[in-house]
Design a protein around this ligand. Structure first.
Ligand code: SF4
Length: 349
């Protein structure tokens, strides 16, 4: 290579646009964070994370817009799904749970690792997130952010454009890739500053900040906690999908009954049933789809399930009805009365 060629290559490298990888949720904050960095002449690519508890179709104003937002921003999007490994982590998250079963610090660490891998793969210089200091109690405080960075080896390379001036200076600022004076000074749960920025960027109808993570939902948290407490093995995706619908009853130990609440849920329950499940069907009356899952039930347990199925069917409440129990290598019928409300409440999850 001649001197001139070398000089040419150096100039080319210098003028090559720097790249960053953003964790994109589809909510307003990550959208704004990306725009602030794009404004500084950085090429951005996004990584979006799906978990069994937070998907793009939840309709709660965040993830379902992720593809739309990436298109609006004109950036490439890589979607990563955390499945079994997420369920494994959820059993015993190193940093515990938030107000529900949300293991936010461990969850964010998994997300940071995914963003870091992508950053290394595409030769990007740093990571962007839409995190706002003090917005979420468990994962968006200085201590939690520092733990997540230490555990994922991302110290200094994560820029949170919305709150940057409240946080230590990052490597891309030190290296002059981005200017600190053009970054944000937002803190806390108020959305005022984000709404102003949304106006500046002409973002119509900005989504609210409500996340779609089921692990922060009190009712769902109770169900997932019960599942982990009673299952000897790590639950699988099918077990988790079942938790999202129906009424759930803990019959004993690892054994539970799920009862559909309407026609749609009955259809989903049918689709989620596995070979080892038992089906409980109220004969002669309209009734819900009921699935028994777990170890082999005793006769008393089968009768209890039959009585619950009758309770939620159109069968008379003061008379006996016939219930058919069928499943893998098992079929039987019982004549039972509906279970009383008190007993039902005692075993409902
Ligand atoms: S709210 Fe849910 S998706 Fe968000 S960091 Fe916490 S556990 Fe993860």
């Amino acid at each position: 290579m001649t001197k001139n060629d070398k000089r040419g290559a150096n100039l080319k490298n210098k003028s090559r646009k720097k790249k960053a990888v953003a964790l994109l949720s589809g909510g307003l904050d990550s959208n704004l964070a990306i725009r602030m960095i794009q404004d500084q002449g950085i090429d951005v690519e996004a990584v979006a994370i799906k978990t069994p508890f937070c998907d793009f179709d939840c309709g709660k104003g965040c993830g379902h817009r992720v593809k739309e937002v990436a298109t609006e921003l004109g950036i490439a999007l890589k979607t990563i799904y955390f499945g079994e490994e997420y369920l494994q982590m959820l059993k015993n998250p190193k940093h515990g749970y938030g107000s529900g079963m949300n293991p936010c610090i461990d969850c964010r660490s998994m997300m940071y690792n995914a963003a870091k891998d992508h950053m290394e793969n595409i030769g990007a210089e740093f990571i962007i997130t839409g995190e706002v200091l003090g917005q979420r109690p468990m994962s968006q405080n200085k201590n939690a952010l520092s733990i997540i960075e230490s555990e994922t080896g991302t110290k200094g390379v994560v820029v949170r454009p919305l709150s940057a001036k409240h946080l230590p200076i990052t490597d891309p600022e030190k290296k002059g890739f981005i200017k600190r004076e053009n970054l944000g000074y937002i803190k806390g749960r108020s959305r005022k500053e984000q709404i102003k920025l949304a106006e500046k960027y002409d973002i119509n109808d900005p989504p609210n900040s409500a996340g779609g993570c089921l692990l922060t939902d009190p009712i769902f948290s109770k169900r997932i906690k019960d599942l982990y407490e009673h299952n000897i093995t790590i639950p699988d995706i099918n077990d988790v999908e079942l938790l999202k619908i129906g009424r759930h009853f803990r019959i004993s130990g690892e054994k539970k009954l799920i009862v559909g609440r309407n026609r749609e849920e009955n259809t989903v329950l049918e689709a989620l049933a596995i070979k080892k499940d038992l089906k409980i069907i109220v004969k002669d009356y309209v009734g819900p789809t009921c699935i028994f899952r777990g170890k082999k039930p005793t006769k008393d347990e089968i009768i209890m399930c039959a009585r619950i199925a009758v309770r939620y069917s159109d069968a008379p409440k003061n008379d006996y009805s016939i219930v058919k129990i069928c499943g893998h290598a098992y079929e039987n019928e019982f004549s039972v009365m509906p279970l009383d409300e008190y007993s039902i409440d005692n075993i409902r999850i």
